[in-house]
Structures are given as C-alpha cells and as structure tokens.
Design a binder for this molecule. Structure first.
Ligand code: PGA
Length: 272
C-alpha cells in the first residue's frame, strides 16, 4: 500500500435519493465478496484503504444504515457544512448536527459550490477551521479553471486557494494537518467533462500542493496530508493516477454512482 494509504471517495452531488441509495448499497454489498480480493478487504479493515461516499443530505441516514450493516466498511460523509454550530442560516447544516447523525467527514469548497453558490476562499477557510476544531475530517477541494490553466496560472491559483483557506501556521494551522485534513485537487476543466488530467499533469499539481504545505507547515505535516485527485476519474484511469507518488486517492463523481464502478475502483486501489 502507498505510504499515506489510499482513499476512494464518491461524491454523489445531487444524485441518488433514499431509494437509489438503498439500491446502490444493496448491489455494493452483493458484489463486495465477488469483486474485492483478500488484500483489498484486509486493507479496508486496517484503514490503509478507505472507502467513502458523500450522498445528498437526505440520503445520509439510509447510507449510514446500509454502511453499518456492512460493518462500517464504507464511511459516509456530507457534501457541505456551515461554520456556525446553529442559528439563522436557512438551508444549511451544522457540524454538530452531522456528528449527531453519525457523520465524521465533510467536503468543503467543491468547485460547484464556488461556481454556483458564492463559496470563496474565506468561507472555505471558515468551514474548514470550524469543522476541524470539531474533530471532523475535512476534504477541502481546490483546482484551476480551463482559462487559468491555459494562461499558466495553475500553481498561482492553487497557492491562492491554499493560502486563503488554511489557517496560518502561527494561528494553529499546523495542528490541523495531522491527517484529518485531506486536500482534493480537482481541475475544474476535468470535472464531469470526461477530460481527465494526465497522470503527469496531476502529479505536477499534487507535488506543488505538497511543496506548499511543506513550506508553510513543515515536512511532517506535509507528508501526513493525503492529496486526492478528482476530475473524470474512472475505473479505467484510476490505476495510472494512483501510480503517481503524490496522488493518495480519488474524489470521484459520475463513476461513483454505479456500484460496479465503485467496487472496481476500490479493487484497483487495493492493489496499490
Ligand atoms: P467527476 O466529478 O468524477 O464526475 O468528474 C468529480 C467531482 O466533482 O468531485
């Protein structure tokens, strides 16, 4: 297994209500022993390999119940959470509510939230800080648009997003980098487009992210932080992406909606 283990995380976005969630887990559980080899199953047991699903909020209970019936082999997360604990924030969910429901992982700053719902580096930082303080694992998403890549701004954008969203080292920033903060590099031009970054493009960005963390928070914190790749990951391209030394897993949208695809990606990850 890779030094930081491997994370296979499915971001369902606004797909799969309770009924489809039930069906997904029924098929996942039926295919589990057929598709997954012994080494994958044992990596899942030790936690060297982590399987996560982020369903829509309304499907969380169904997913948690199904995951519990599979002995917690799949961790269930939420797609967003507010930084305040409670109050007048119509349409939002808070960390304590999610924890009460049994959620320990939350996605923060997905590009769709930045693009369509006014998420900024500042609000990403508030959510990230608050959730980490509450003991919740955060998968923080960053990535450049097509225009930004084409005008050679990729590393500058990644630096801006990381600087804006991570608390300064002096303000306790480093204490969060104990493995509970996960970064997901998701080039916006690759999300849902079928255009995957090449392993070389992805590795270059991941290396840059790790260097940024090293420069600001030190070697240990940087080495402990998993960096996932997201953007049109499929069972077919997962292996070559995971072959890259700085890629510690995948955040997968479309291809995670089908149990067969999710199982195939877990089995590939189990062989790394
Ligand atoms: P995709 O989505 O795999 O469908 O490109 C990835 C994501 O947005 O997390």
């Amino acid at each position: 297994m890779k030094p930081r283990g491997v994370i296979v995380a499915g971001n369902w976005k606004m797909n799969h209500g309770a009924g489809d969630t039930e069906k997904f887990f029924g098929s996942l559980s039926a295919g589990w022993n057929k598709v997954l080899g012994e080494s994958t199953k044992s990596a899942l047991k030790t936690g060297a390999l982590k399987a996560m699903i982020f369903p829509p909020a309304l499907s969380i209970h169904t997913a948690l119940r199904a995951a519990a019936a599979m002995n917690g082999a799949v961790r269930i997360g939420a797609q967003n959470a507010h930084w305040e604990q409670k109050g007048a924030f119509t349409g939002e969910l808070s960390g304590p509510m999610l924890k009460e429901a049994g959620i320990s992982h939350v996605l923060v700053g997905h590009s769709e939230r930045r693009q369509f719902f006014g998420e900024t580096d500042e609000t990403v930082r508030k959510r990230t800080e608050s959730l980490l303080e509450q003991g919740i694992t955060v998968i923080m998403c960053i990535g450049e648009t097509k225009n930004e890549r084409e005008s050679n701004q990729t590393t500058a954008i990644l630096d801006r997003q990381l600087t804006g969203a991570l608390p300064e080292p002096g303000k306790g920033g480093a204490k969060f980098l104990d493995g509970r903060l996960v970064i997901a590099y998701e080039p916006v031009w690759a999300i849902g487009t079928g255009l995957t970054a090449t392993p070389a493009q992805a590795e270059e960005a991941h290396k840059h992210i790790r260097q940024h963390l090293w420069d600001r928070f030190g070697m240990e914190a940087s080495g402990r932080t998993p960096v996932l790749y997201g953007g049109s990951v499929t069972p077919e391209n997962m292996g070559q992406l995971l072959d890259c030394p700085n890629i510690d897993g995948g955040l997968i949208g479309g291809a995670s909606l089908k149990p067969d695809g999710f199982l195939a990606m877990l089995e590939t990850a189990g062989k790394m």
